[in-house]
Design a protein around this ligand. Structure first.
Ligand SMILES: Nc1ncnc2c1ncn2[C@@H]1O[C@H](COP(=O)(O)OP(=O)(O)OP(=O)(O)O)[C@@H](O)[C@H]1O
Length: 223
C-alpha cells in the first residue's frame, strides 16, 4: 500500500525550476534515504511530500523549528498538540501535568536528555537542540517520518542509535542524509537526486558507497 505519492510534480523558486517533473511512490513500511549533493533538492522534495499529505506525518526540518524561549519539555510536548484540546494544551503550557511530564521524560531518556527537561531550547548545544527536535518527532502520534539531516550534529555512535530509533519507531520514513554510509545502513531504499530529478532509485542492499559517488560529482555523466 502506498504511503506517499508524487505524480509528475515540479518545484520552482521564482522563475527557477529546481526539481522535476518527477514521480515518487513510497510504500508503507519502506525506509527511504534521500541522498545527493548540497543544493540537489532533497529539502525541496521533502517539502513537496509534506505538502501533499500533512496528516499522520512527523516532520523533522533541517532548521529544527524549536521555540527557543520554551523549555525542552514544552518543545517535545508540542509534538502532540493536535492530539489534545486547546484548553488541555494551555494548561500544560502553564503547569505541566505529571502524566505529560512522565511521557516526555520517557522519550528524553532514550536520547540521554532528561537532565535538560526544563532548560530553554535556546540554551542548548547544537546536538542537544537536534535531540530535542528528534524527541518532539518521536512524541508525535504519526506513522510516517519526513526528516532532513536529523543526525548531522550528533557524534558517530549516537547518530547510529538515533537513526535506528527513528527507523524502528516510524512505520515509513523518508530521511535526507549527507552521510551515504549511514544512509545505506539505515534504509531499505536509496533515492538519489541529481540535476533536478531522481537519478537513482534502488534497494539499499544492492548498493555500495561507490555506486552513489556520481551523485556528488557534478562533472561526471549521470548513470
Ligand atoms: N527559499 C529559496 N529561495 C530560492 N531558492 C531556493 C530556496 N530554497 C532552496 N533554493 C534552491 O533550490 C535548490 C534546492 O535546494 P534544497 O534546499 O532543496 O537542496 P538540498 O539538497 O536539501 O541541499 P542541502 O543538502 O544543502 O540541504 C538549491 O539550488 C537552492 O539554492
Amino acid at each position: 500500500m502506498t504511503a506517499l505519492a508524487l505524480e509528475r510534480i515540479s518545484a520552482a523558486y521564482g522563475e527557477q525550476r529546481v526539481l522535476g517533473p518527477l514521480t515518487l511512490h513510497v510504500a508503507r513500511g519502506e525506509k527511504v534515504a534521500l541522498v545527493g549533493h548540497s543544493g540537489a533538492g532533497k529539502s525541496t522534495l521533502l517539502s513537496l511530500l509534506y505538502d501533499k499529505r500533512r496528516r499522520d506525518i512527523a516532520l523533522l526540518p533541517q532548521d529544527l523549528g524549536l521555540v527557543q524561549t520554551l523549555s525542552v519539555f514544552h518543545n517535545v510536548y508540542m509534538g502532540r498538540l493536535a492530539a489534545h484540546s486547546t484548553l488541555y494544551n494551555l494548561a500544560n503550557l502553564i503547569r505541566p501535568l505529571p502524566k505529560e511530564v512522565h511521557r516526555v521524560r520517557q522519550v528524553l531518556e532514550t536520547l540521554d536528555m532528561v537532565d535538560k527537561l526544563w532548560s530553554p531550547a535556546g540554551e542548548l548545544s547544537g546536538g542537544q537542540r537536534q535531540r530535542t527536535a528528534i524527541a518532539r518527532a518521536l512524541n508525535q502520534p504519526a506513522s510516517v517520518l519526513l526528516a532532513d539531516e536529523p543526525v548531522s550534529a550528533l557524534d558517530g555512535p549516537r547518530a547510529e542509535s538515533v537513526m535506528q530509533a527513528l527507523t524502528q519507531h516510524f512505520e515509513t520514513s523518508v530521511i535526507a542524509l549527507h552521510d551515504v554510509e549511514l544512509a545505506l545502513r539505515h534504509s531499505t531504499r536509496i533515492v538519489g537526486i541529481r540535476d533536478g530529478g531522481i537519478a537513482l532509485d534502488r534497494a539499499s542492499e544492492r548498493l555500495s558507497t561507490g555506486d552513489l559517488r556520481f551523485l556528488y560529482d557534478v562533472s561526471a555523466p549521470a548513470a
